[in-house]
Write a protein that binds this ligand. Structure first.
Ligand code: FES
Length: 109
């Protein structure tokens, strides 16, 4: 992973504590979650039935899909309850000078 693999999304002030905001990062839609001022990025696409995960509600480090209620851990992408059983992709986030940067390259893990 190099510095140039990161894409600037916006400012940290765009995502208040306990909130989720959707960004476009290249061809990928990303939901950035603010969990106690730590930022986590997951795909804005539920693995159950392609629901708009970033429009869901955040409960601490869990996000609930607005379509059928599956929950995912935003730190790992792992599903926590049915009807989802497949993890959602997560992406590394960095804060640089008050801005949010994310790495969506395939080998970013
Ligand atoms: S599409 Fe997300 S729970 Fe069904």
């Amino acid at each position: 992973m190099t510095v140039s693999d990161f894409i600037k999304l916006g400012q940290v002030s765009d995502v208040p504590v306990g909130q989720v905001k959707i960004f476009q990062a290249g061809s990928v839609r990303i939901a950035v979650c603010n969990v106690e001022e730590q930022y986590y990025a997951i795909a804005d696409l539920c693995t159950h039935d392609n629901g708009p995960l970033g429009e869901g509600e955040l409960f601490n480090d869990q996000i609930e899909c607005p379509r059928h209620g599956a929950r995912f851990n935003v730190k790992t992408g792992n599903p926590l309850c049915l009807p989802a059983v497949v993890p959602v992709p997560t992406y590394p986030v960095e804060v640089r000078d008050g801005a949010l940067w994310v790495n969506v390259s395939p080998n970013s893990k």
